[in-house]
Ligand binder design. Structure first.
Ligand SMILES: NC(=O)C1=CN([C@@H]2O[C@H](COP(=O)(O)OP(=O)(O)OC[C@H]3O[C@@H](n4cnc5c(N)ncnc54)[C@H](O)[C@@H]3O)[C@@H](O)[C@H]2O)C=CC1
Ligand SMILES: O=c1[nH]c(=O)c2[nH+]cn([C@@H]3O[C@H](COP(=O)(O)O)[C@@H](O)[C@H]3O)c2[nH]1
Ligand SMILES: [K+]
Length: 501
């Protein structure tokens, strides 16, 4: 069916809606339904993060120290998305996280405990959460596997002072690092074992337990993950725009980073433009994402400097106080629409960064022109986010903090955050907590299914078709009044339980 000429004017074209002087958030706007002639599963969400980085789902984990370290990077890549490893650590620490993620193929990250044969295990605490200690030549990861000590064997030992080589099980049984989950599962079944080390080039990478394999088997089936030309998971990394970031960049490139994100709240600066040019000159093959931007002019400057992707959002993040502190920023729906309309003309993909609370926000971001969404709070309560769970008023939570919060700045980002000469610390973010959400391996596939249903309602079978519908003015929207927003949410019930899957 062809709707190029609507029977009568109904709703607004995006172009008209976003040119009236209002700063709209995702919640302010609503799409009008269109025409369905395909099933939900026909919707394709494959996309690009930047010019040369394809993804099979439009999800990016934000470069924040309570969101993206190696465990998140492995899980996001296994899902077909990507994580950007944060830079609130030393260059070698950040490079180590990239290497660690790239040396795994299954979305398991168990941090095994290692010892050398001449070491001693004197306390049960030495096992940590692990059921075994792996024995390698050097006593650390990335060394030749010699055997293992299981916790149960160690407990039966009468003299705990003897050296490990006197009682360890000599075994170099392992599986290659690139084995997939079903291969590992079949191996464990076949050998009736509870765990198996993963080995690459004769060195141990990790250990996979049967329990972990069973846990992941219970989640939606994994599709093809994001693998780069190097045959390893795609992993991104954040850097700043200062002189010392050039040295950091070298570490990150050596560690195999597939893309770099210049991480700042206001990307339209001389520092950033020089950094974009520097990255493209030194590493022409490496994609560089600039930002953050929220206006057409900011975007145009970075596109001219040579960015391969743009990150959009200023003050829209759940932990952000930038708009309150600096009086600068933009409603995220307007920002995404405006920047996307200019970026699309140069073929530069847009990342809608911040402000995602549920699947409907993802649909809005993507349909308004973004190619991916970047999320912090949405992912911070997951198993794969850094940090341990704790309890607050009986609820299981994980810490989540802004990279411009006083706490995060004190940890390391202050040189960048404060400027080189500033003496007085002003936070542009808060420290908080989010609820336990379980594994991203479970809730991201369900979220993507919800996004597909939104696309189906709009008659868009892909991101490209959604963008075409928007630009051709076939897709119509409206602003929601306060009452319309109340009506659109659950209302008028004495109690209810909100369970999406
Ligand atoms: N997306 C958002 O709304 C916000 C994000 N953040 C996060 O907080 C962290 C710190 O961000 P920022 O404070 O924005 O970092 P920043 O201080 O590095 O960047 C601010 C901008 O000013 C430029 N700049 C700084 N000093 C300059 C100078 N002397 N001359 C010319 N240009 C100069 C930088 O290149 C950059 O473009 C990042 O992780 C960022 O993502 C912070 C606030 C808001
Ligand atoms: O004003 C800010 N102060 C901060 O301290 C801060 N830390 C992160 N960010 C930005 O927020 C995004 C994550 O937002 P969400 O939690 O809403 O996903 C991130 O992806 C960033 O763009 C900050 N913004
Ligand atoms: K905010």
């Amino acid at each position: 069916m062809n709707f190029t000429q609507p029977p009568s004017e109904d709703g607004f074209a995006a172009e008209k809606l976003f040119n009236q002087g209002y700063s709209y958030t995702y919640d302010d706007v609503i799409f009008l339904p269109h025409y369905i002639d395909f099933p939900t599963d026909a919707v394709q969400l494959d996309t690009r993060l930047s010019r040369n980085i394809p993804l099979s789902i439009p999800c990016v984990a934000s470069p924040m120290d309570t969101v993206s370290e190696s465990h998140m990077a492995v899980a996001m890549a296994a899902l077909g998305g990507i994580a950007i490893i944060h830079s609130n650590t030393t260059p070698s620490g950040q490079a180590a996280m990239i290497r660690s993620a790239k040396s795994r193929r299954v979305p398991i990250h168990s941090n095994p405990i290692f010892s050398s044969p001449s070491g001693r295990i004197v306390s049960i605490d030495d096992f940590g959460d692990s059921q075994c200690i792996l024995v390698t030549e050097s006593g650390s990861v990335k060394s030749k596997l010699l055997g293992y000590v299981s916790k149960s064997d160690w407990m039966k030992l009468s003299d705990k002072e003897v050296k490990i080589y006197d009682y360890m099980v000599n075994s170099s049984v392992s599986v290659p690092w690139s084995s997939n989950l079903s291969e590992i599962d079949a191996f464990l079944e076949g050998k009736s074992r509870d765990f198996v080390p993963l080995v690459r080039d004769d060195e141990v990478v990790d250990v996979v337990t049967k329990e972990e394999v069973e846990r992941i088997k219970g989640y939606p089936k994994l599709v093809a993950g994001s693998i780069g030309a190097d045959g390893e998971w795609l992993v991104g990394a954040a850097i700043g725009t200062r002189e010392q970031d050039r040295e950091r960049l070298e570490h990150l490139v050596k560690a195999g980073a597939n893309v770099v994100v210049l991480d700042s709240s206001q990307g339209n600066s001389i520092y950033q433009i020089e950094m974009i040019k520097y990255v493209k000159k030194m590493y022409p093959e490496l994609d560089v994402i600039g930002g953050n931007v929220v206006t057409v002019n900011q975007a145009a400057n970075l596109i001219q400097a040579g960015v391969d992707g743009l990150r959009v959002g200023m003050g829209s993040g759940s932990i952000c106080t930038t708009q309150e502190v600096c009086a600068v920023g933009r409603g995220q729906a307007t920002a995404v629409y405006k920047v996307s309309s200019i970026a699309s003309k140069s073929g530069v993909p847009v990342i809608a960064d911040g402000g995602i609370s549920y699947s409907g926000h993802i649909v809005k971001a993507l349909v308004l022109g973004a190619s991916t969404v970047m999320m912090g709070s949405f992912l911070a309560g997951s198993t794969e986010a850094p940090g341990a769970y704790s309890y607050l008023n009986g609820q299981r939570i994980k810490k989540y903090r802004g990279m411009g919060s006083l706490e995060a700045m004190t940890k390391g980002s202050d040189a960048r955050y404060l400027g080189d000469t500033a003496k007085l610390k002003i936070a542009q973010g808060v420290v908080g907590a989010v609820a336990d959400k379980g594994s991203v391996l479970k809730f991201i596939p369900y979220t993507m299914q919800a996004v597909k249903q939104g696309f189906q309602d709009l008659g868009a079978s892909s991101l490209l078709s959604a963008h075409d519908l928007l630009r051709s003015r076939e897709l119509r929207l409206e602003v929601r009044t306060g009452a319309a927003q109340v009506e659109g949410a659950v209302h008028g019930l004495v109690s209810y339980e909100k369970k999406s899957f």
